[in-house]
Design a protein around this ligand. Sequence first.
Ligand code: IMP
Ligand code: MG
Length: 175
Amino acid sequence: MEGSIEVLIPREKVESRIKELGEIIAKDYEDKNLVCVGLLKGSVMFMAELTKTMDIDLAMDFMKVSSYGGGMDSTGVVKILKDVDEDLTGKDVLIIEDIIDTGLTIANVKDFLAKKMPNSIKVCSLLDKPSRRKVDVKGEYIGFEIPDEFVVGYGLDLDEKYRNLPFVGKFIQKK
Ligand code: IMP
Ligand code: MG
């Protein structure tokens, strides 16, 4: 897909917000059994940065779900492609996501993980597009609320491209 990228949230702003979030989460989970469950692949960069700022014991695990066949539109179909490895019984699960858009992914993942009998499940997402919600879910820890724009960078992709950009950019499709 052809287009250009405009900086929406610069690197320094993303990094300082992640540090802030990490400190809040570390305080909230100090005496808990935290397992961060990252959703592959978009959350990888965010999760790495976030957990480095958290001075507490935690475990890291990953799931892979697919809701997008490619391109810029959601199919609404959520499939579990990779389950977590850890036993989550009695654990305090924090789902780490790159962006909450329609909410379908998070709603499905929460239901799926709830069956594993954790003590708690919360959601931390770098970005949130509340105006696009199709199901009523919200994240407890949100980096930035953004308008209805297609964004790339800091883990977010367009057909697997741009994940490595060190800022959040707006993709502007060429007409
Ligand atoms: P949801 O199920 O609609 O909430 O979609 C969540 C997933 O859609 C995210 O994990 C992203 O992979 C993808 N997504 C949603 N909006 C964007 C965007 O603006 N840029 C890149 N990926 C997006
Ligand atoms: Mg994703």
